[in-house]
Ligand binder design. Structure first.
Ligand code: GDP
Ligand code: MG
Length: 720
């Protein structure tokens, strides 16, 4: 008999190891991160245990099931709407007390539950030993110790899952919340039951509890169902609130939370936890943190690490970048000789090889950078960066929870603003969230990286790491100032407090590092082979057509015939000059060329020529396109018949370019309109296109002003 797969859900605190377990079970390579808030959306996978098919869902991590954050709502809606056969609550054994707070709420909700006590290895190292039998008896649910990272205990866990399903009977656990709240519950729960208010979705007692907790979502739902009854319940809740405010000076939510913690404490005190040996009160992580997050030393260490990362990246990847560059050069000179002249050849060389090849040529740098970031992330250091930045962020009107979106967007260079924009969901204050949303695109994402590298390599080659470091600092500075500006003008408002949880330091595994590096590098390659390829070809067409009018072509043909007929010694050179003049005239006359030239009326104040303008317009589709378009624009006006000059050399030799122009272009690229996908993401997250358009306009005007200032001042000082 074929039955439906069992439906199992993984739930637990952020950073408790849910994704690690999920990956172990399904062989998936979902992102495992050593900081909170990595899993925003739920993930699904299928595997078999003892011939039984099991469908497993990885829910976003939450500390609670209140309605305060998106993750919490996602998790809780999922549990009540999808009704999984069993919920595996992943509990971090080394942080038992805090993790059980969520467990408590699963018990209140009455979901079929089994506890996977994870990270018992970490607990053991800290001298914590946990009596799982006793914990299981006291909570009334099975508790299975596991080590998700090595897979130890996972088989036993699923043996228990299969038996647990058979005994599927899980009434909600009745917790006590003190006499006042219990009294209120005993009055309102019967009313909820009698009137069947939301009873097909939630247990009545749970609904009652949420009403006392003043839970927006439940109140809204209840209002829709039965507004009179709900009003009656709310009135009772208000009496309770008033009473608690006057007697214990606390809101019901706080009193309820206190009693949950009391429940946990009482369980733990009954011999569940014992210390096998007396470790220092300061665990290793705390000791490291004394230094690493020190007020003075911390930022210095952070700067040193960042600089070290860039030096490592640029020193060790150059030979690979050069190698790949030569490979594409050889490829295009082969195509040059193999194919007959014509639009196909032009498209392959100028559109595909110079365009996509230019982007792919940076893969080694991207890979090295991602590897370094993976080390920082997996070890837990990135969370410390967030912790330290929080102090600075408040000053600029942002929130501690804004730090992660900044880092995800490319705060260390190499990232993406799209997940960065989505990561702002963890922010509760709408204004702080909006300010974060609008400023994360200023970070140096992975797509800007090749452009930055190209220009830095061409004009400031002796100090690549130093300039990359400066570019990073500049990005943060500008983003923070912009945020401050927004918070003082259009997004004026109070700032809210923040508590950052620091996950313990962990030694990254080689496998984890390689998976992270590869995942992100592959994303980059895939994008180059698909989106960038498409845009490259489109832009090539825009740069090639409509071509020169017949009379112009005839003019060039006549010139060529004349030169060919002459007996001059420079005949070959003359012919080449004519070719390149014709190519340039063609490019100028193309659709893209005309746009680029039209834009020169503004862009010349910033020092951009029409070719650069074409690339910058293309860059709105995706920032990598700037490199590929420059590649195409400069190869269409080809002067070098052997096709052996790299784009970098072409730019350095071009009379129009110099370090001041390069700096001005760099600044523009770093700060102008976010790419198209990011704009769509902003519109989605902000819930309106108004802010998306605002970010395009605001950023572009701002970037242009900056570039004009750089170019004018630089030129004035005679640096160009
Ligand atoms: P999630 O936020 O719940 O999805 O947690 P992750 O799966 O991303 O794991 C958080 C961190 O804990 C990662 O660095 C994992 O490698 C690490 N981790 C997970 N399970 C274990 C375990 O059993 N032992 C140890 N030592 N580390 C673990
Ligand atoms: Mg996760």
């Amino acid at each position: 008999m074929v039955s439906d797969p069992l439906h199992i859900t993984l739930a637990g605190n952020p950073n408790s190891g849910k994704t690690t377990l999920f990956n172990h079970l399904t062989g998936a390579r979902q992102h495992v991160g050593n900081y909170p808030g990595v899993t925003v959306d739920k993930k699904e996978g299928i595997f078999t245990h003892k011939d039984k098919q099991i469908k497993i869902i990885d829910l976003p991590g939450t500390y609670s099931l209140t309605a305060y954050s998106v993750e919490e709502l996602v998790a809780r809606d999922y549990l009540v709407n999808e009704k999984p056969d069993l919920v595996i609550d992943i509990v971090d054994a080394s942080n038992l007390e805090r993790n059980l707070y969520l467990t408590c709420q699963f018990l209140e909700l009455g979901v079929p539950l089994i506890i996977a006590l994870n990270m018992v290895d970490v607990a053991e190292k800290r001298g914590i030993s946990i009596d799982t039998e006793k914990l299981s008896t006291l909570l009334g649910v099975p508790v299975i110790p596991i080590i998700a990272r090595s897979g130890q205990g996972v088989d036993a866990l699923f043996d228990n899952v299969l038996t647990g399903i058979r005994e599927n009977n899980h009434p909600p656990t009745l917790l006590r919340y003190g006499s006042d709240i219990d009294q209120a519950l005993s009055e309102i729960v019967p009313l909820i039951e009698q009137n069947n208010l939301l009873t097909d979705t939630y247990p009545a007692r749970w609904t009652g509890l949420k009403i006392l907790e003043n839970d927006d979502q439940i109140l809204d739902k209840a209002m829709l169902m039965d507004s009179d009854l709900t009003q009656q319940l709310v009135n009772r809740s208000e009496i309770l609130t008033h009473h608690l405010r006057t007697t214990v000076d606390a809101y019901p939510e706080a009193v309820i939370a206190d009693h949950r913690y009391g429940f946990i404490k009482s369980i733990l005190r009954q011999g569940v936890i014992s210390r096998t040996f007396d470790v220092d009160r300061l665990y290793t992580s705390d000791k490291i943190d004394k230094v690493v997050t020190h007020r003075v030393l911390g930022p210095l260490i952070m700067a040193a690490i960042l600089f070290g990362l860039y030096s490592f990246t640029f020193n060790y990847s150059t030979f690979l970048v050069d190698g790949l560059g030569s490979f594409f050069d050889i490829l295009s000179s082969n195509v040059e000789t193999m194919l007959p002249d014509g639009p196909i050849k032009s498209m392959i060389i100028s559109g595909v090889i110079d365009g996509v090849g230019g982007v792919l040529g940076f893969v080694p740098i991207i890979m090295f950078m991602f590897f370094g970031i993976a080390v920082l992330e997996d070890s837990g250091y990135l969370a410390r960066v967030a912790f330290m930045m929080d102090r600075i962020f408040h000053f600029f009107g942002l929130h501690g929870s804004s730090v992660m979106p900044f880092i995800v967007s490319g705060g260390i260079a190499g990232g993406c603003a799209v997940p960065g924009v989505m990561a702002t969901r963890t922010l509760r204050s709408p204004k702080e969230r909006m300010a974060t949303l609008l400023t994360v695109p200023f970070m140096n994402c992975g797509a800007k990286l090749p452009v930055l590298t190209l220009l830095i390599g061409a004009f400031f080659s002796s100090h690549q790491a130093r300039y990359m470091f400066l570019a990073t600092v500049a990005a943060w500075l500008v983003a923070l100032l912009a945020a401050k500006f927004l918070r003082m003008t259009v997004l004026k408002g109070e700032s809210t407090p923040f508590v950052m949880e620091l996950p313990p330091y962990r030694f990254p595994t080689m496998q984890g590092l390689l998976i992270h590096t590869w995942e992100r590098t592959w994303q980059y390659i895939k994008k180059a082979g698909t989106v960038i390829l498409g845009i490259s070809i489109l832009l090539w067409a825009m740069m090639t057509y409509p071509g020169l009018p017949a009379d112009k072509t005839a003019e060039f043909t006549a010139m060529r015939q004349q030169a060919a007929a002459s007996q001059s010694a420079e005949k070959a050179a003359e012919l080449l000059t004519i070719d390149s003049l014709e190519a340039e005239a063609g490019l100028r006359n193309s659709i893209a060329g005309r746009i680029g030239i039209a834009l020169e009326s503004v862009s010349r104040y910033a020092g951009f020529d029409w070719r650069t303008n074409i690339a910058l317009v293309g860059g709105f589709a995706a920032k990598e396109v700037i490199v590929s378009t420059l590649g195409t624009a400069y190869s269409l006006g080809e002067v070098d018949p052997e096709h052996t000059t790299s784009l970098k050399d072409r730019l350095t030799k071009d009379t129009h370019w110099n370090p001041v122009v390069a700096l001005s272009v760099l600044a523009f690229i770093m700060f102008y309109a976010p790419c198209f996908v990011t704009v769509v993401a902003i519109a989605n997250e902000a819930g309106s296109w108004k802010w998306a358009f605002f970010s395009m306009g605001f950023n572009t005007v701002f970037a242009l002003a900056m570039s004009v200032a750089i170019f004018q001042i630089g030129t004035l000082l005679g640096l160009g």
